[in-house]
Design a protein around this ligand. Structure first.
Ligand code: FUB
Length: 446
């Protein structure tokens, strides 16, 4: 081999390597990040290597606000989200009279316990506690935690624990209130304070955090529409100085609610939009959906602005291992399907001919021999798995037989063609009329 062709080959290999790397690093989410339910008021919490995303829940038939419970989703890669269903509901508060009003919650961990602060609009703020971020959550005090004389304003609680161990609870619309929580996180000391330096544009939805010795207060700003603005301070008690908008207010949305985290070395802002419902109907309904984007801090601690949530969302942080059991309700995108739950947990339902689930950035470190698919049905159908697009190469076609019951789960096994590298998977459902089957989990076998 002469010197030129050797150099040429090295260059070719480097280019191919770069193309491969770019393919992985540009795998992005699609927005909104959840499509199987209407979700609002995102409250992400990082625990170990996972994001626990608590959301409020706009019912499928909501016209105005119809909100009965709170949902939980998790992700380790910012792209594929697993639904865990209803994590708490109005019914968890025996004293609450509300049959609506499960507005914006937030969860925080302290000494191995998880505290979920829950507003019942017009009914005060309660607190639930659990030994696990997945629940079950229980009411430890059997009464309102915040029981003020401005109960209509007592929404959107946001807990924060400072480095010295002092915990605070912030909340309120149209004013910002706070109180010092005791170390037990289920009681407080001192008076409820109405923040005197209510920052510019403050509407509701406070979210407090600390980074590099700066205290941040983000909130739904301007009305209406609401965007996401923020202020900074050198104390958790203010005074707060308005710094600008993280996400501008836009005609495309109405309300908003920030949720801001650092995760695996990057920072993210969550909010919500009406983009999903708008893609389905031109009638206005209070049915929102959670979006997320990466945010960048400047050297002075200020945050760079986004005009709106991006169409593609954040990049995937790490690939997904297809050789461990993956719940069917883990997905980056879906068309047509919904989720439900039974004793086995959450599963994908309302599957019709032509519907699909997309899982992004799946890493076949080794070519699998077969796949196990756990389904249940009173009908039959087919699951095709396509690579990289809904009509991409088919690596398996699995016939799903009638299992005798909508939750009579059975494992179906299907041979898989050779596949290596990182791919998006499209589980495309085929069959006759009506609902085909329910889908619980899958796992590739080496
Ligand atoms: O989702 C109900 C209410 O709308 C929330 O509590 C507010 O933050 C706004 O998003």
């Amino acid at each position: 081999m002469n010197k030129f062709s050797k150099h040429h080959n090295v260059k070719m290999l480097l280019t191919l390597g770069l193309i491969f790397l770019l393919n992985i690093s540009t795998v992005k989410a699609q927005q909104p990040i959840i499509q199987t339910k209407y979700t609002a008021d995102p409250a992400p919490m990082v625990h170990n290597d996972t994001i626990f995303l608590y959301t409020s829940h706009d019912e499928d038939d909501a016209k105005g606000f119809k909100m009965l419970n709170w949902l939980l989703y998790t992700s380790t890669d910012m792209i594929n989200w697993t639904e865990h269903g209803i994590v708490a509901s109005l019914k968890d508060f025996k004293w609450a009279k509300q049959d609506n009003g499960a507005w914006a919650v937030q969860c925080i961990e302290r000494d191995g316990k998880f505290y979920l602060y829950c507003p019942m609009h017009g009914g005060g703020i309660g607190v639930l506690v659990s030994d696990s971020p997945y629940g079950p959550f229980k009411d430890p005090i059997g009464k309102k935690l915040i029981n003020s004389d401005h109960v209509w304003n007592d929404i959107d609680p946001s807990p924060f624990i400072d480095d010295d161990g002092q915990a605070y609870l912030y909340w309120g619309n149209p004013d910002l209130y706070y109180v010092k929580l005791n170390a037990d996180m289920i009681s407080y000391s001192g008076e409820i304070v109405k923040e005197a330096t209510k920052p510019k544009n403050y509407q509701e939805g406070p979210w407090v955090w600390k980074k590099n010795n700066h205290y941040y207060l983000s909130y739904a700003s301007t009305c209406c529409p609401e965007g996401i603005g923020y202020s900074m301070s050198n104390s958790p008690l203010g005074p707060w100085e308005y710094k600008g908008m993280i996400v501008d207010a836009s005609d495309k949305t109405r309300g908003n609610h920030p949720g801001i985290i650092d995760f695996k070395g990057k920072s993210y802002c969550f909010g919500h939009t009406y983009d999903l419902i708008k893609s389905e109907t031109s009638t206005f309904y209070e049915r929102r959906s959670v979006d997320a984007d990466r945010i960048i801090y400047n050297e002075d601690g200020t945050i760079q602005n986004h005009p709106y949530f991006t169409k593609d969302g954040p990049e995937q942080i790490e690939t997904l291992n297809p050789f461990s059991r993956i719940e069917a309700e883990t997905m980056a995108w879906s068309k047509g399907v919904k989720t439900d739950s039974d004793v086995s947990g959450v599963y994908v339902t309302q599957i019709h001919n032509g519907d699909f689930i997309q899982i992004r950035g799946v890493d076949f470190t080794k070519s699998p021999k077969k796949i196990n698919l756990i389904t249940a049905s009173l009908n039959t159908g087919i699951i095709e798995i396509h690579l990289d697009k809904p009509d991409g190469e088919i690596i398996t076609t699995c016939q799903i037989e009638n299992t005798g019951g909508a939750t009579s789960w059975k494992t179906f096994t299907s041979k898989v063609k050779k596949v290596k590298g990182v791919h998006d998977l499209f589980f495309v459902f085929k069959g006759g009329q009506g609902e085909l089957f329910n889908f619980n989990a899958w796992k590739f076998i080496k």
